[in-house]
Design a binder for this molecule. Structure first.
Ligand code: IVH
Length: 822
């Protein structure tokens, strides 16, 4: 273009600006266009060229500002001036009625109205304007602070870069709203991607959120995001209601969804909800419910907030329909009691705003009832519960050759043949003594507060110790100090692992990609996977490789690793579990020199629980140069401090008295109180073991069932050996002198309960006290009680029951007097 005169340029710039703004308005507000994309781009290019000739003519709010072009390497974070809260959710009319009652009660009258609006399913954004100019746009983040995405938000054509009406405009204001990708734009993008053989974007919301976090704003501009605003925050505004604020925002040029309505009462709200249930499908934006807010600001203030959500607003969510997914494989979970629960791994589908990848199948009957076949297309539904369920198989979509699901017959954790008792729905692993989750259950009881009280051995740490074979029974805990060196480097977290139905170990794709690259952070990988959430596994890897090749962080090594992994995944014959890959594949990629074939590595990874486990127990050599990558693949590991802390806890537990030790053994039907009773009676474990049935039955409080449990426990050599080893380690299997000594027999034969807060005793102390005076403590109110010690704030229902049963209630003082030996 020849350089036009300044005057010509000025005129043309005004005309072009007007025309472009008009076409933008048609496109975004009216969802139509009268010129082609190409023609539109030409207008824009002409404008940009003119502005380049005369930079001083470029206005801050010129449409050329929205084409993007700046690259944001890392998003800075900014703190929100006012915390960005979320809303309470409801799914039913009853809950809405309860909300309305709370509002009426909070205000003390019914003189209020609701402002109703649809709940847009996009990404929340906060936009800050200073002197009318957009200076910052920040994502919701954790509510306190979010990412600064100003450059990307500027490409959204319905977001004013500058508010024209300067009069009465507060110098500083914040507008909040929801950024979304219109459904039509979403479909267009996917059509193009499909024709290019690229993977499809999951849903408009994910696409919007991914787009907003793109580093190149020019690419963002092409995605044509849109934004509805729903909240205005500013001081000194002469506004008193939400609907006035919305109208003001509209006048200032913001995009406001025209769907809002004031409702005078709950019936009108319910009518609004019903009206939009189907009609919302015709809106340009995905919506998932209705938001209702008390319209009057003063009333909002009066109602205030709870810790996280306002008391003056709530979201009603439309119930999710069901969605179709493909059954990829089934994983079998083993519980603490040995019960097996099958879980379906599904191709990811979005349902009620979340992505569903797994569904519970409960037991073998459920699989039979559904007549589930390999690779079936199934319908998943998400009810009130968190775990979705499969409601039916879409049999028309079944592949003719597909086989019915064959239920496993061995335990995926320990390989033992499973059992199923007559009339029981669940299968069980009978290997109580050796199956890791079952062992874990018992050890957890052993170390629990009321037993050996080793609080440095939390579930995660114990699980690591049990799964990796360091602890098989309680006595092993006391040998841990000798194995200190081996423990260093042991993996703790296990949510990065899973096993398939044959017991082969899988590791999360996230960790795998992390290990196969250099200088890429876990967070970056997480974001990448989130963005491509619904792509197939091999597509994810292919895309990752592709993206990785374009960054400066790739190395020949990482490229080779990723390509090799991709090859293996494409040929994968093992079960597919979304977001997990067989550990053996990753090792084959990272350790080609280890001399082990994929088949060898697979064998090594069977029934193992972690990489550490596999390497130590599989005798795998990890060459020095691969150590870094292998460490990246591992979960977090035991460090010196943790180990020291565990050892101290274990050492400390040696001083627990006999009744606690007896309780810790986990003999069926021996609860805390029975343990005390038996310990006091027999004084040591040998006496208990050798007691005849008759001796046992003579004790007040011991019945046939308990006798049977005691007998079965001591009948097992294994248990006797555990006790023997624990004794050797110094645990107390007999009462201390002072415990044997009875204070008095003033309470002999009395059954007593204490309820409410006592002044002289803590919970456990009162029990000891009663017993040291020859009485027995009882846990519940029953007619067998001799009396109840009534503390402060005794529960009214307990009290009523006691009175009805005619049990005497005495005060703590009276009780103390009763026991006094003076
Ligand atoms: S009002 C105090 N109105 O829903 C909270 N929020 O769960 C005020 N959202 O983070 C929020 N449409 O991103 C409001 N019409 C609407 C909305 C809406 C979508 C989102 C918003 C918020 C989330 C709360």
């Amino acid at each position: 273009m020849n350089k036009p005169s300044r005057e010509e340029a000025e005129k043309r710039i005004v005309a072009l600006t007007e025309s472009i703004n008009y076409h933008n308005h048609l496109y975004y507000q009216e969802d139509r266009s009268i010129i082609s994309d190409f023609e539109f781009d030409q207008l824009l290019e002409e404008l940009i060229a003119l502005e380049n000739h005369y930079p001083e003519l470029k206005k801050a709010d010129s449409p050329s500002q929205r084409v993007g072009g700046s690259i944001t390497k890392n998003f800075e974070t900014a703190t929100h001036a006012v915390r960005m809260l979320s809303l309470g959710n409801t799914y039913s009319k009853e809950e809405l009625m309860a909300f309305d009652e709370r509002v009426a009660k909070g205000l003390g009258h019914r003189d209020y109205e609701y402002f109703c609006e649809l709940k847009f399913d996009g990404v929340a954004i906060s936009m800050v304007y200073q002197q009318g100019e957009l200076i910052r746009a920040v994502t919701r983040g954790d509510g306190y602070k979010g990412d600064v995405v100003t450059e990307n938000v500027k490409t959204i054509r319905t977001v004013p870069l500058s508010i024209q009406a300067k009069e009465g405009l507060p110098p500083y204001l914040e507008v909040r709203g929801e950024i979304f990708l219109p459904k039509s734009g979403f479909e267009k993008i996917n059509q193009v991607r499909k024709s290019k053989g690229e993977n499809l974007l999951a849903n408009p919301r994910n696409a919007a959120s991914g787009t907003l976090k793109m580093q190149d704003s020019a690419v963002v501009a092409k995605r044509k995001l849109n934004c509805y605003v729903y909240q205005l925050i500013a001081d000194d505004l002469s506004l008193s209601k939400q609907d006035e604020a919305i109208e003001k925002l509209r006048q200032w040029g913001f995009n406001v969804s025209p769907t809002y309505r004031n409702c005078q009462n709950l019936d009108e709200v319910l009518a609004y909800i019903d009206e939009w249930r189907d009609k919302r499908q015709d809106l340009p934006v995905e919506t998932d419910g209705v938001v209702l807010k008390v319209n009057d600001y003063r009333q909002q203030e009066e109602l205030g907030f709870t810790a996280k959500i306002p008391r003056w607003a709530i979201a009603y969510k439309y119930q999710a329909e069901s969605a179709a997914a493909t059954l990829l494989s089934i994983t079998y979970q083993v519980g603490r009691t040995g019960a097996i629960t099958p879980v379906a791994n599904l191709s990811p589908v979005s349902l009620a705003g979340t992505t569903v990848k797994r569904a519970s199948l409960h037991n073998a009957n459920e699989i039979e009832r559904l007549d589930l076949h390999e690779g079936d297309t199934v319908l998943v539904e998400k009810g009130g519960e968190i775990i979705p369920k499969i409601t039916q198989v879409v049999s028309e979509r079944r592949n003719r050759n597909s086989k019915p699901i064959a239920y496993i017959d061995t335990c995926p954790e320990c390989g033992t043949l499973l059992e199923r008792k007559e009339g029981e729905a669940k299968h069980f692993c009978p290997n109580e003594a050796g199956c890791p989750p079952q062992v874990l259950g018992r050890i957890e009881h052993f170390v629990s507060k009321r037993a050996m009280d080793i609080d440095s051995l939390g579930t995660e740490r114990l699980r690591a110790l049990v799964q990796q074979g360091y602890v098989k029974d309680p006595a092993d805990l006391y040998s841990l100090p000798e194995k200190r060196d081996d423990l260093l480097g042991l993996e703790i977290s296990d949510d990065q692992y899973t096993k398939n139905s044959d017991g082969y170990l899988y590791v999360s794709l996230k960790k795998c990609l992390y290990a196969l690259t250099h200088q890429v952070t876990l967070k970056e990988i997480e974001e990448f996977l989130q963005f491509h959430e619904t792509a197939e596994q091999s597509e994810k890897i292919a895309l990752f490789l592709d993206t990785h090749q374009k960054t400066g962080k790739k190395t020949n090594e990482s490229e080779r690793w990723l390509s090799r992994l991709l090859e293996m995944i494409q040929k994968q014959t093992l079960d597919h579990v979304d977001d997990f890959v067989p550990v053996a594949y990753v090792l084959a990629v990272l350790l080609p020199e280890a001399g082990a074939s994929v088949e060898d590595l697979l064998k090594l990874s069977k029934n193992k629980s972690s990489l550490h486990d596999l390497i130590i127990h599989g005798g795998l050599e990890v060459p020095e140069q691969a150590k870094d990558q292998i460490n990246k693949l591992k979960g977090s590991t035991f460090q010196e401090g943790v180990i020291k802390n565990m050892m101290e806890g274990i050492q400390h537990s040696l001083s627990q008295p006999f009744p606690k030790v007896l309780f810790a053994l986990g003999i069926r039907n021996i609860g805390e109180n029975t343990a005390i009773l038996l310990a006091r009676h027999f004084k040591n474990i040998d006496e208990l073991e050798n007691a005849t049935d008759d001796t046992l039955l003579q004790i007040n409080g011991v019945g046939e069932t308990l006798v049977h449990s005691i007998r079965s426990f001591f009948a097992l050599e294994k248990n006797k050996s555990i006790i023997h080893r624990l004794k050797e380690k110094g645990l107390h299997f007999e009462l201390f002198e002072e415990e044997i000594k009875q204070e008095s027999d003033k309470l002999a034969g009395k059954r007593i309960l204490a309820s409410g807060k006592l002044n002289h005793f803590k919970r456990d102390e009162i029990i000891d006290f009663i017993e040291s005076h020859g009485g027995t403590y009882s846990k519940s109110v029953s007619k067998n009680l001799d009396f109840i010690i009534e503390g402060e704030d005794m529960g009214p229902s307990k009290k009523e029951k006691a009175v009805n049963l005619g049990i005497p209630l005495i005060t703590e003082e009276e009780f103390l007097k009763m026991c006094s030996t003076k």
